[in-house]
Every structure is written in structure tokens, then in C-alpha cells.
Design a binder for this molecule. Structure first.
Ligand SMILES: Cc1cc2nc3c(=O)[nH]c(=O)nc-3n(C[C@H](O)[C@H](O)[C@H](O)COP(=O)(O)OP(=O)(O)OC[C@H]3O[C@@H](n4cnc5c(N)ncnc54)[C@H](O)[C@@H]3O)c2cc1C
Length: 502
């Protein structure tokens, strides 16, 4: 087996498959190892990893209705984004998986996903008491008082619903180490004789012939090139940006795009790179009345989920409380940068705008173009969600005990009140929580727009599967990392059912 991408899902696949000593697994990872590297392992350190050597750092194309300055962070290290994210870990609500089944993903219902959830090796629990500070406690209390939403001691204790509380997080509170897919799935088994992990090794093309992949072309950090071959299957787990990028570079994708770049077409697969999803969010920023206390798991320990639509059991507005002043976008718009500050981030759980990804060059070193289509849905649902969110955040801010923590609202600022003003600010200052997904969409086996079938098999080539966030048929209402881990578990099950020694 060759697994391309030792990230969130790829680490799970490699770990589970190599548990069978007769199966040889080669895991190819573009970044370095995280073993012994405290910069990566310490959960609290996540923000300092962005835009460093651990980040592929993808720009977006011009966003006429959104923020064109967003840079999409994607981790370049063993464990992938589970090694540099905040590891907020939710099991999605049942209706999310019902949407997947309705989109053609037979076998991916909530009930069928529950066994995978229960066997995840990462350690998930609500932020530990010792990591909770008074500001965040006050926030939770005010959300409850202002909006009447329940306080959730553990969001994962029952099917996901609206509420406020400390997040479930995958980490080890006693050490502050993240429970990434690398730490939980790979570190304990790195000495397996049937597992080879090639770090700092970049896959840039799949060779194919007669309806099969025949090898993966890779380049190591010294520029040495080689071809890896699998006896049985190739699994692509390079993530929602790099898996479609690798397919396109290999001539697997929309024929017209490929021909325009001089890339020979191996499989005309129109869905590759289409259906680019994300969770956009905006920000209300406050100056703190006094310094924020230091206890924290990762500076975004609690949140709020609100349900506006009575016809759907799922929340349709999410907020993180950022316990630090996140001012990248507000500063660019001319707002003050407080010495002590914090914010709430209205976030769209099921956005209606979506976009696409495509190549602009046949040169593997050139980053793909990403157009997220932020706020392009014709009925204005996404924009209205942000406006509603900013107003709801102001209600929480006007309610004690959170109110006493606030010296003033910096952005959008009290002068902005109308829907039009809040929308213009909210879209200009919006950011991402780095959840790209959907670019190799899973669908029914006879759906020509789908990229993989419900068994994760790539259309048109018989020995390749995809296991990562690119296969999402629709966006999950919650942060996606748990779902990606479950995709890794599922892929391992599907492959193990067909394997002989490799
Ligand atoms: C800053 C940040 C914070 C986030 N916070 C949260 C959160 O708190 N909760 C949550 O649920 N989600 C969060 N997310 C999102 C979540 O982490 C991702 O959705 C998820 O980890 C994606 O997993 P993946 O397996 O699809 O890709 P990845 O984890 O990105 O794995 C892809 C791997 O493939 C490697 N790779 C890529 N291309 C190649 C190639 N050509 N050859 C070899 N290797 C390659 C990469 O180096 C990487 O290791 C966050 C993301 C970021 C960036």
C-alpha cells in the first residue's frame, strides 16, 4: 500500500492497515516528522506555526464579495493539520450524515459512523478545569442568560445541538500536548517493520495506464526523485487542496482545463477541484477592561451554537470566543489594535456559497488557484448569517458578567448598526477557520459529477481511493477534524476488507 499524505486521515489509514503484519505500508509525507518537536506538539503553540516552514500557505483569488487577503493555512508536517490546528473535536449531528446519504454516500449514515467515532484513538474531552479562565466562564454564563441556550458540559455527550460551553478538545491536559493523528496513531507504532514513513517527500504525479495507477512520482528534500509502486492500492490523503492538485497534475480532472495546460488527460473527471467548501467567519473585537487571565487550552476554549431556523434541529450559527485579539483583518481596515482584547466570531455552519480550485500551470511547484466564492450565494443567506451573528454577539456583550470584561467595542464599532453596514464590515473583515473541503466529492457510483464512490474509490482508475477532507459531500455543521479522522478509519476498513499481502 502507498498512502500519500501523512496528515489527519493518512496517519489513521497507515496505522490501521499496518496493524496487519502481512500488509506493507509506505506513508509519504511532504513535511518533517513531529516526533520530539515541541513547537508542533504543544497545542497552545498552534498560532505561531502559521505562515512558517510548517505551512503550505495558500492565497485565494480575488473575492469580490468577501476578503481577498485570506491566506489558507495547510500544515506541512506529520499529522497534517491535526498537528497545527486547535483540535476542537465535535461529532457532527445526525442530520449532517443524512445529508451525505442523500447526496449519494450510501453507508455513511450517523448510525454507521458511530462505531468509528467510538474507536477513535485521539483523546477528546472538554477543556480541563485547570485550563479555564474567568473571562471564558463569564462568556458562557452570558450566552446562557442572554440567549437562553443550554450550557453544555460536554457537547459530545448527546447528539450535537445548540448551546454554549467549553469545547471538547483532543489533547492531553496534563502535558498540554495535542492528541493529533500523528501522536495518537503513529507515534506508538513507528517501529513496525511493515511500515515505512517517508517524511520530507513530496508526491507530484501519479503514473497510470490501462485504468490503473502504476506508480507515484516523489521528490525528497534533496531533490532526489523516485517512483513508488504499490502491489495493491494507492490511498490519497493529501487534503482538500493537495489531493485535487495531485490528481490534476496527473491528468485526472476536467479535460478542458488539463488540455489548456498541456497536461495529457488520463481520466476526464469534471468534479476534481469543484465544490470547494469552507466555514467563513467574521469578527466582533473588543478591548478588554483588564488583562485576560492566562489559563487556557489554546486561546479559543469555548463557544456558542445558535439555532435560528426552527425547522432544522441543527444550529445555524456558530461562534468561537477568541481570548486573544485576532486583528489581522481589522487592523488592515484601520481599526485600533488593543493591548488586551478578545472577540467573538460569527461563523456559518452550512454556508451556501461555494467555489472551486484549478491549476494555472503544469509545473507541480506552482500553487493552485483557490476561489472560495465567499458570500456569492444568490439568496444572501451567508451574508445575513454574519449580520445576525454580529447582532447576537452584541446581545451577549451587553449581558453580565461578560459585559464587565469589555472596555469598548473596537470593530465593527458602535457607529455601524444597519444591516448594510454590518454586512459590508462583516464581509470585509471576514476570515476562515481553515476548513476547506469537498473538492473530490463523494457521491453515488453512477454520479458522473462525483469524484469518488461511497467506498472512496476514484472514478476511472481501479486501484486508488481518496481519504481526507476533499471527499465531503456537504459541509459538516461543526469543525471537521473528527469527521476526517472517521474517514481515515472508514477507508482502512474498506481497504482491509479487500487486502492480500502487498
Ligand atoms: C489553523 C487550523 C486550525 C484548525 N482548527 C480546527 C479545529 O479546532 N477543529 C477542527 O475540527 N478542525 C480544525 N481545522 C481543520 C482540520 O484540521 C482539517 O479539516 C483536517 O485536519 C484536514 O485533514 P486532511 O487529512 O484532509 O488533511 P491534512 O491534515 O492537511 O493532511 C494532508 C497531509 O498531506 C501532506 N501532503 C500534502 N500534499 C502532499 C504531497 N503532494 N505529497 C506528500 N504529502 C503531501 C501534508 O503535508 C499533510 O500532512 C483547522 C485547520 C487549520 C489549518
Amino acid at each position: 500500500m502507498v498512502v500519500v499524505g501523512g496528515g489527519t486521515a493518512g496517519a489513521v489509514v497507515a496505522s490501521r492497515l499496518s496493524a496487519d503484519p502481512t500488509v506493507r505500508v509506505c506513508l509519504v509525507e511532504g513535511g518533517p516528522s513531529d516526533v520530539g518537536d515541541d513547537r508542533v506538539l504543544r497545542l497552545k503553540n498552534w498560532l505561531s506555526l502559521l505562515e512558517t516552514e510548517f505551512d503550505y500557505d495558500y492565497p485565494t483569488v480575488e473575492q469580490p464579495r468577501g476578503n481577498s487577503h485570506i491566506r489558507h493555512s495547510r500544515a506541512k508536517v506529520l499529522g497534517g493539520c491535526s498537528s497545527h490546528n486547535t483540535m476542537i473535536s465535535f461529532l457532527p449531528p445526525p442530520r449532517d450524515f443524512a445529508d451525505w446519504v442523500a447526496a449519494g454516500a450510501t453507508g455513511w449514515s450517523y448510525e454507521e459512523m458511530l462505531p468509528l467515532w467510538r474507536r477513535l484513538a485521539v483523546q477528546i474531552q472538554p477543556v480541563a478545569k485547570k485550563d479555564r479562565n474567568a473571562l471564558t466562564e463569564a462568556f458562557v454564563a452570558s450566552c446562557h442568560t442572554a440567549l437562553g441556550v443550554p450550557v453544555r458540559e460536554d457537547f459530545n455527550a448527546e447528539p450535537f445541538a445548540d448551546g454554549t460551553g467549553f469545547f471538547p478538545v483532543a489533547y492531553y491536559p496534563e502535558t498540554g500536548v495535542r492528541s493529533s493523528s500523528s501522536v495518537a496513531y503513529l507515534h506508538p507504532i513507528l517501529d513496525r517493520p511493515n511500515l515505512t514513513v517517508l517524511t520530507d517527500t513530496w508526491a507530484y504525479r501519479l503514473d497510470s495506464a490501462a485504468g490503473q495507477v502504476t506508480g507515484v512520482r516523489v521528490r525528497d528534500k534533496n531533490g532526489v526523485e523516485s517512483i513508488l509502486t504499490a502491489g495493491q492500492e494507492y490511498v490519497l490523503s493529501a487534503g482538500a487542496i493537495d489531493t485535487p492538485r495531485l490528481l490534476l497534475l496527473s491528468g485526472i480532472g476536467p479535460a478542458e482545463q488539463l488540455r489548456g495546460l498541456g497536461i495529457p488527460v488520463a481520466v476526464d473527471l469534471p468534479g476534481v477541484g469543484e465544490h470547494l467548501l469552507d466555514h467563513p467567519e467574521s469578527l466582533i473585537l473588543w478591548e478588554a477592561a483588564r488583562p485576560v487571565p492566562p489559563e487556557t487550552a489554546m486561546d479559543s476554549d469555548a463557544g456558542l451554537f445558535v439555532r435560528r431556523d426552527e425547522g432544522d434541529p441543527r444550529p445555524d450559527l456558530m461562534f468561537h470566543l477568541y481570548q486573544i485579539p485576532f486583528t489581522t483583518n481589522t487592523e488592515r481596515l484601520g481599526y485600533d489594535v488593543p493591548e488586551h482584547g478578545f472577540g467573538m466570531t460569527p461563523n456559518i455552519p452550512r454556508p451556501r456559497g461555494s467555489g472551486r480550485l484549478w491549476l494555472t500551470s503544469a509545473d507541480p511547484r506552482v500553487k493552485p488557484a483557490l476561489d472560495f466564492g465567499y458570500f456569492t450565494d444568490p439568496d444572501g443567506y451567508d451574508e445575513q448569517t454574519i449580520v445576525d451573528g454580529l447582532r447576537i454577539a452584541r446581545r451577549v456583550a451587553a449581558t453580565e458578567p461578560f459585559k464587565s470584561w469589555i472596555a469598548r467595542e473596537i470593530a465593527p464599532g458602535p457607529a455601524l448598526q444597519t444591516d448594510e453596514e454590518l454586512s459590508a464590515y462583516g464581509r470585509a473583515a471576514h476570515h476562515t477557520v481553515y476548513h476547506p473541503a469537498g473538492t473530490c466529492r463523494m457521491g453515488a457510483a453512477d454520479d458522473p459529477t462525483a469524484v469518488v464512490d461511497p467506498e472512496l474509490r476514484l472514478r476511472g482508475l481501479s486501484n486508488v481511493r481518496i481519504a481526507d477532507a476533499s471527499i465531503f459531500p456537504t459541509m459538516t455543521s461543526v469543525n471537521p477534524v473528527v469527521t476526517v479522522l472517521m474517514i481515515g478509519e472508514r477507508a482502512a476498513d474498506l481497504i482491509a476488507g479487500t487486502l492480500s499481502s502487498d
